[in-house]
Design a protein around this ligand. Structure first.
Ligand SMILES: Nc1ncnc2c1ncn2[C@@H]1O[C@H](COP(=O)(O)OP(=O)(O)O)[C@@H](O)[C@H]1O
Ligand SMILES: [Mg+2]
Length: 225
């Protein structure tokens, strides 16, 4: 995915200013920055939830995402898996039901759902908990389920908005290792975080935002603002 001279505003207030970034296939990038620096807005712009005031966001095949609508937009969204800090799972349903439900609303036939759910659950190491109810899981387990759900359409891009914000350091690292494996398998991974310890430990690309601008972009980097 690629942003070219992207400016995004809420009303008259610009919150992303002239951002140009390229996230090639298989890249693993952290997006860091203080609260209010624009991380979530950048993610919303990448997934076509917000439209740039100027500039363009293009997907892996070069399509301008803000021009997509209807079927094309739905197809684009299936190709981008998103994971949030608060999991956004259905607490009174089981692990299996949560992942299956996400496929049902997309109209997959039962046979596909039956085959795919165990695949994604084992990809994140949570298959043994498939009949557990979400509200009995630890935070780390719940986040694995959310990652599994993000993988159902086998997306080329995985985006996380503070995905380890509610986890202890050990579980946070486990989740990051899952994202690392996904990038090694060719998926593009973009993770917004302010967890300096994890960023320092992973030695990945680090894009730093301040006041809606990119202030640094470095490979094999640490957390520095
Ligand atoms: N819905 C909104 N309406 C107006 N301003 C907003 C809205 N959401 C975020 N902002 C502002 O945009 C700026 C960037 O916010 P955000 O992208 O959420 O930053 P971060 O995720 O880095 O904390 C902040 O100044 C924030 O107050
Ligand atoms: Mg945010």
């Amino acid at each position: 995915m690629k942003l070219q001279n992207v400016t995004v505003a809420y009303g008259n207030k610009a919150v992303l200013r002239d951002i140009s970034l390229d996230f090639p296939k298989g890249d693993f990038a952290f997006l860091i920055g203080g609260s209010g620096s624009g991380k979530t807005t950048l993610i919303k712009t990448l997934i076509a939830e917000m439209r740039p005031k100027s500039g363009t966001v293009t997907d892996g095949s070069g399509q301008i995402v803000s021009n997509l609508s209807g079927k094309e937009l739905a197809k684009f969204r299936r190709n981008v898996g998103v994971v949030f800090q608060d999991y956004k799972l259905l607490p009174s349903k089981t692990v299996r039901e949560n992942v299956a439900f996400a496929m049902e609303v997309c109209g997959y036939p039962d046979s596909k759902i039956l085959a795919r759910v165990p695949e994604v659950l084992s990809q994140v190491g949570i298959l043994t908990k498939k009949e557990a109810f979400i509200d009995t899981l630890s935070g780390g387990e719940a986040q694995r389920v959310a990652v599994a759900r993000a993988l159902i359409h086998d997306p080329d891009v995985i985006i996380g908005d503070e995905p380890t914000g509610n986890l202890d350091p050990e579980n946070a690292l486990e989740i990051m290792k899952i994202f690392e494996r996904l990038s090694e398998s060719g998926k593009t991974v973009i993770i917004a975080t302010h967890d300096d310890k994890i960023v320092n430990r992973m030695k990945k690309r680090v894009v730093a935002l301040r006041d809606g601008r990119v202030v640094s972009d470095a490979r094999s980097a640490g957390y520095s603002l």
